[in-house]
Ligand binder design. Structure first.
Ligand code: MSP
Length: 539
């Protein structure tokens, strides 16, 4: 058989100056849902995440805490950034740290190659720099300070004064790539998505690109420039390369080289909209200069807002993922942020909204459905799934909803419309609830019950319960990428593993076909998938 198609997706690598908040977790969870969906399609998936450890921002934080940058990074990675992946149930395949030798060596090989190709030259830079963004700013990007900051020029994202740099640096000839980038956007309409992000990038690059300063010599927390070790590489140049170095670019080990051949180009770089230009302009220009294939897509999601502004630790509006997950669980966290916010747009988090959706959608809508069906199979058939009778129009209609939910969700995932994918799946939750209400198996039970108190095979009661169990089976498969714990518990409760195999092995494409759970399948009513939660106090 042909090898399964590969699907390589990345998150940004996170700055280790601070611990993760739910804005960072949002990117990771979205990446995890997309890659789990592709795995459920039985594709050969690679999901990369990691940490961005060099540069002034991390260096200054370490200094402020009286430790070396390496000590600081080690501590944050081990105590915060790796553990949060487990908290979120993220199933990443690799975790790259930019301080690892594999990354440093391969980055040095890459920039030496660019230098040898004449893509890098020595020059001098003078202009504003935001350490929060680790970005050279244009005067037009800045806003005027007010109050205490009167007379200062501020970064619009961080609201803090920029620093004026005047340094001898090495430059990348990025200006030479503006035309080729525009041609690439034109020829590949889905290279930058969603449309708002694409428009922003096209208009940005249309104004022309300046050459990019790619080295710093006033501090040393970075990757040394191989031909001039008095300079370290600009942290974004270093960081962007992680997507290729982790996949095996410039590896010396043949197995790593083979992995690069298999994975590159990346399918999706998932990023927040604040770092779109780096990914959709600078990164592809770097790859063009090195004559490497470009990633297939850069997708920019929106921001989680607090009081109308981007949530951030530096503005003290950060909420730690644990604050939500300790109460609601990881499944609810994953579900809520991807369901409630259109992926690609900004959204506001509120405890009330989270609690309301948890209760209405997860506890009452889905969890309750699963426990009612299992309870009825228990009550009427001692937990052994009966044999269904001939389907009527009602069963056919539910099967149609299931088929449409599978097709619509699958297509929405390809557009990275994650909220639409979940909404498509939820049509089946709602239709199954409606089906149960209308078919009222408890009424059929009253008329069909035998003199000996048993219930017949092949009647309406049996047919409705089997059909509902089939709908739940489809839901377990479709929701496995989104709410993996509840989906696994449901699979267990349906006793599906014995006849059908592991949940992860169920392909999305075949999921909708009803009639797969044989009579006699052992259904058990486990613990509630989403137990009731008291309205949380204002946090
Ligand atoms: N280190 C760089 C990325 C380098 S990638 C080669 C960086 N790190 S970050 O930790 O500041 O941000 C990482 C990701 O978290 C970005 O995608 C960013 O958009 C996301 N978020 C940080 N705050 C966010 C919100 N308030 N809302 C949504 N996402 C946000 O940038």
């Amino acid at each position: 058989p042909d090898a399964a198609p590969t699907f390589y997706l990345t998150t940004p690598i996170y700055y280790v100056n601070d611990a993760p908040h739910i804005g960072h977790a949002y990117t990771t969870v979205a990446a995890d849902v997309i890659t789990r969906w592709h795995r459920q399609r039985q594709e050969d998936v690679w999901f990369l995440t990691g940490t961005d450890e060099h540069g002034q921002k991390v260096m200054r934080t370490a200094q402020a805490h009286g430790v070396t940058p390496q000590q600081w990074a080690d501590r944050l990675v081990e105590e915060s950034w790796k553990p949060v992946l487990a908290t979120l149930d993220a199933a990443n395949d690799d975790f790259i740290r930019t301080t690892e030798p594999r990354h440093i060596e391969r980055v040095q090989a890459f920039i030496q190659d660019l230098y040898d190709r004449g893509e890098i030259y020595a020059g001098s830079y003078e202009g504003p720099y935001c350490v929060g963004c680790e970005e050279y700013k244009l005067p037009g990007d800045l806003v005027d300070g007010t109050g205490e900051l009167e007379g200062e020029k501020l970064c619009p994202i961080h609201g803090r004064p920029v620093e004026m740099l005047a340094e001898q640096n090495y430059f990348f000839r990025m200006s030479a790539y503006a035309e080729r980038l525009l041609a690439h956007y034109e020829a590949n309409p889905t290279f930058v998505q969603p449309a708002s992000a694409r428009n922003e990038i096209v208009s940005f690059v249309s104004q022309g690109l300046a050459d990019l300063s790619i080295s710093r010599s006033t501090f040393d927390w970075g990757i040394p420039i191989p031909w001039d070790t008095s300079h370290v590489l600009y942290v974004w140049f270093d960081a962007l390369l992680n997507y290729a170095t982790a996949a095996g670019l410039h590896a010396t080990d043949p197995a790593e080289q083979a992995r690069f051949e298999r994975l590159w180009p990346a399918d999706v770089h998932l990023v927040g909209k604040d770092i779109l230009r780096f990914h959709a302009a600078i990164w592809p220009a770097m790859l063009m200069a090195a004559e490497l294939p470009l990633p297939r897509q850069v997708f920019a999601h929106g921001w989680l807002l607090v009081g109308g502004e981007k949530m951030s630790k530096s503005k003290l509006t950060g909420i730690a993922p644990d604050q939500i997950i300790d109460t609601f669980g990881s499944d609810a966290f994953r579900y809520y942020f991807l369901r409630a916010i259109a992926f690609g747009q900004d959204g506001s988090f509120s405890w009330e909204d989270l609690h309301a959706r948890y209760t209405a959608e997860l506890a009452n809508g889905f969890g309750n459905l699963a426990s009612r069906v299992a309870a009825m199979v228990g009550r009427y058939y001692d937990g052994a799934l009966p044999a269904a009778g001939a389907p009527t129009a009602a069963e056919d209609a539910l099967a149609d909803v299931a088929a449409r939910a599978v097709a619509d969700a699958d297509a929405a995932i390809d557009r990275l419309a994650l909220h639409e994918a979940i909404a498509a799946v939820w049509t089946l939750v709602e239709a199954t609830n409606g089906y149960l209400t209308e078919q009222a198996p408890w009424s059929a039970a009253k008329t069909e019950v035998g003199v000996d108190g048993t219930y017949p095979q092949g009647g309406r009661l049996a047919t409705v319960l089997v059909t509902s169990a089939e709908a739940l089976r489809v839901l377990a498969v479709l929701l496995h990428p989104v709410i993996p714990r509840a989906a696994a518990a449901l699979w267990e409760s349906l006793g599906a593993e014995v006849p059908l195999g592991a949940l992860a092995a169920q392909p999305v494409s075949g999921a909708a076909a009803f009639g797969t759970l044989p009579a006699g399948t052992v259904v058990t009513k486990g613990a509630s998938l989403f137990p009731r939660i008291e309205e949380p106090a204002e946090q």
